[in-house]
Design a protein around this ligand. Structure first.
Ligand code: SF4
Length: 87
């Protein structure tokens, strides 16, 4: 699948995934490893860089952690999110 062919309609007012301020680093590393879109990145200082804009809505990150790591996880509101384009 070529991610660049997907179409995203982003709700800039309400991120559908919000990490907590001080998540566990071990759990973060799991999210870095599992996210197929590479949206979780660990900075040099150990902090988290996360951008929900390219989310594929696969739910993997939600399954790997709880509210101690992700303060919010939900699907984007109706009319927003990813539209997969295969090819
Ligand atoms: S739902 Fe999937 S694509 Fe979206 S941030 Fe989580 S792991 Fe990445």
């Amino acid at each position: 699948m070529k991610l660049s062919k997907n179409q995203y309609i982003i709700d800039e007012t309400q991120p559908h995934i919000v990490p907590t301020d001080h998540p566990d680093r071990r759990v973060l590393q799991q999210l870095v490893n599992v996210c197929p879109a590479g949206l979780y990145q660990l900075n040099q200082d150990g902090g988290l860089s996360f951008d929900y804009h390219g989310c594929l809505e696969c739910g993997s990150c939600r399954l790997l952690c709880d509210e101690k790591t992700l303060a919010r996880w939900r699907y984007p509101a109706a009319g927003y999110g990813v539209t997969f384009r295969f090819g």
